[in-house]
Design a protein around this ligand. Structure first.
Ligand SMILES: NC(=O)c1ccc[n+]([C@@H]2O[C@H](COP(=O)([O-])OP(=O)(O)OC[C@H]3O[C@@H](n4cnc5c(N)ncnc54)[C@H](OP(=O)(O)O)[C@@H]3O)[C@@H](O)[C@H]2O)c1
Length: 236
């Protein structure tokens, strides 16, 4: 990164978040992390050694539009600006055939994957329109190529992607961008230790996702907007 940035990272204490947060912190960024569990966020910030002046941990249900707006306002108030929003909220439900799909799974996925994206996009769109900002979310190839056993997840990711691409359209000409990075699955450093024999052939290492995000947040990526950046090379 060319200069120290203020990062708002949603779903930061999940599988991918810690690696991404570490990469941006090491690049000089301040971290404003959100997720449902404030405790997990504080633990992550402590583990990374983020000093008080460069951290904010907010325990919020981001499916709640008012809570997401309050988080965006808190980041603004704390740091005076927001440069980058990384939307990393995730979760998966799948495995059922179409006749067996569960409405409660759909309700859960709707809130988790569509509701949170809608709230976060709405909360930060006005800030990003001031220019020079970045919004990045992580999606799956299933959003464009659903499989029989992933219908609900595919539907939810497709809707979430649509929101990010709509934001990209709204940001056109402002100097800010919104993009998607695409991964089949993620190879987390922690999982390598606990599941040493799991085949990671189709997975993208978390460090490579963080590196792609750092590039998308750099000045050199100022013209990349509304893109699906595929980090799925290992499956080709
Ligand atoms: N993992 C994969 O293989 C894979 C594949 C393709 C795409 N992706 C995408 O990559 C991104 C990161 O994946 P991941 O595996 O790191 O995700 P994850 O661990 O499943 O989820 C990240 C965090 O989202 C938070 N979260 C869930 N619902 C929330 C809500 N309503 N409000 C606030 N926070 C909420 C959870 O925090 P709390 O614990 O505090 O609730 C969780 O730690 C996600 O967008 C995911 O869809 C992942």
């Amino acid at each position: 990164m060319e200069q120290a940035k203020v990062m708002a990272i949603s779903g930061a204490a999940g599988g991918l978040g810690p690696t991404v947060a570490r990469a941006f912190f090491n690049a000089g960024a301040s971290l404003a992390l959100a997720g449902r569990s404030e405790e997990k966020l504080v633990l992550l910030l402590d583990t990374l050694g983020v000093p008080p002046m460069r951290r904010l941990a907010s325990g919020v249900d981001l499916a709640d539009a008012a809570a997401a707006r309050a988080w965006a306002a808190a980041v603004q108030e704390r740091f005076g600006r927001v440069d980058v929003v990384l939307h990393l909220v995730g979760g998966y439900k799948g495995g059922a055939s179409l006749a067996e799909l569960s409405l409660s799974d759909w309700n859960e996925l709707q809130g988790m994957l569509i509701g949170t994206t809608l709230s976060v996009v709405r909360a930060f769109a006005g800030i990003l329109k001031r220019g020079g900002g970045r919004f990045i979310a992580v999606t799956s190839p299933k959003a464009q190529a659903p499989t029989a056993k992933s219908a609900l997840y595919s539907m939810a990711k497709a809707a979430s992607d649509a929101l990010v691409l709509a934001l990209a359209d709204e940001l056109r000409g402002t100097g800010s961008t919104a993009n998607l990075v695409v991964v089949d699955s993620i190879d987390f450093p922690e999982a390598r230790g606990t599941e040493p024999r799991k085949p990671y052939g189709k997975s993208t290492p978390a460090e490579e996702i963080a590196a792609a995000m750092l590039f998308l947040c750099s000045d050199k990526a100022a013209t990349i907007n509304g893109a699906r950046v595929p980090l799925t090379g290992k499956t080709a």
